[in-house]
Design a protein. Structure first.
Length: 362
């Protein structure tokens, strides 16, 4: 995006310079013609100089604009001809400049449209030639299509986020990006993740999709449970359509994230009851909390975090599922925060725990 902004600034500066030359040339030309027509300037060179200089200043922007117009038209025609020979989105990336947001939209559409239509050949071309030549690639594609439920091409992308990186060294450029989102199709929640390279000037065979995963709620819960402990988990799998059934895996969506779920027979508390309990109990392993809360329904500890996240189901709130997130500094240790959660988000406006640094909000 910074590159695009710089190009726009340079174009505006060029337009301003050409416009200034055009206006200056026109003024000098008019002054010269008017001056030459006056009898008192007969024999003087200054009107002629003004006319010549004005004509030169007029010709410069006109010729420059004409050259740019011809170049633009020829480039457009050449691009149009080249595009007829492209077989996939990465072909365009190898031959044309592309922004990260353009690349994201293009590859999402290309992958999901070809997957929905069952076109294995078109689908496969979106991956890097390096991956396509890898042993087992065709088997991975077949396994993906065998599990793929279809219906993603026009899906609504929710909680979409992306992030890219680039290296630039005297025209030797490498640009990579990734995009993640979730969607709901026929009442079922899915997570979609795509990693890709959209420019590599030295190694064009590395341009294309490098990782594509689709997982339903149950498969995603298993995946993220492992990933939270090991950031390399799943990195050796570049193509996956993970579909697991609820009979295989018990999972819940909490604050927009999939969690493995452990049912509990302990009677559910209301949010207010839990908040009152946390006023008197500052550790999760305190007997009063253990008795009232029972075992956590879900748990997560990220490999790069010091916090331990425990989730407990509360009674429904406003007719919708409600959960409590309790964070501790050690396994079932000192509590440092507690919040309400819905299925889709954290409710930070309803604080369940006062650690002494702020007032409770109800």
């Amino acid at each position: 995006m910074a590159f695009v902004s710089m190009m726009i600034v340079l174009i505006l500066i060029a337009v301003l310079i050409l416009g200034a030359l055009l206006i200056a040339g026109l003024v000098l030309l008019i002054v010269g013609i008017v001056g030459k027509s006056r009898a008192k300037n007969a024999g003087k060179k200054s009107p002629v100089v003004c006319i010549v200089l004005g004509a030169v200043l007029l010709v410069l922007p006109v010729v420059t604009s004409a050259v740019l117009a011809v170049w633009g038209i020829s480039s457009t025609v050449k691009t149009a001809i080249n595009r007829t020979e492209y077989e996939c989105v990465p072909d365009r990336w190898r031959n044309e400049w592309c922004s990260d947001s353009q690349a994201e939209d293009e590859i999402i559409d290309a992958l999901l449209t070809s997957a929905d239509s069952g076109n294995r050949e078109a689908f496969s071309r979106n991956f890097t030639p390096e991956l396509q030549s890898k042993e087992g690639f065709d088997d991975a594609v077949n396994a993906f299509f065998a599990a793929y439920p279809k219906g993603f091409a026009n899906c609504e992308r929710k909680d979409e986020n992306s992030g890219g990186s680039g290296s630039y060294n005297a025209g030797h450029n490498v640009k990579t990006d990734s995009v993640h989102f979730n969607t709901t199709i026929d009442g079922n929640w899915y997570y979609v993740s795509i990693h890709f390279c959209y420019e590599n000037t030295d190694e064009p065979d590395k341009v294309g999709v490098t990782d594509f995963k689709i997982m339903n709620l149950e498969a995603a819960a298993l995946f993220f449970d492992q990933y939270s402990r090991d950031s390399d988990y799943g990195s050796d799998v570049y193509l996956l359509c993970g579909i697991r059934s609820s009979s295989e895996v018990d999972a819940r969506l909490i604050a927009g994230m999939p969690f493995l779920w452990t049912p509990s027979d302990t009677p559910k508390l209301t949010a207010d009851e839990l908040r009152d309990l946390l006023k008197e109990n500052k550790r999760l392993d305190s007997p009063a909390l253990t008795e009232k809360l029972g075992e956590p329904n879900a748990f997560r500890k990220f490999f790069n975090s010091n916090g331990y996240e425990y989730y407990f189901e509360l009674t429904d709130r406003n007719g919708a599922p409600c959960y409590a997130l309790i964070e501790t500094d050690s396994p079932f240790g000192e509590i440092f925060s507690a919040y309400l959660c819905t299925t889709t988000e954290y409710d930070f406006d309803y604080t369940l725990f006062d650690n002494g640094s702020s007032e409770e909000k109800g």
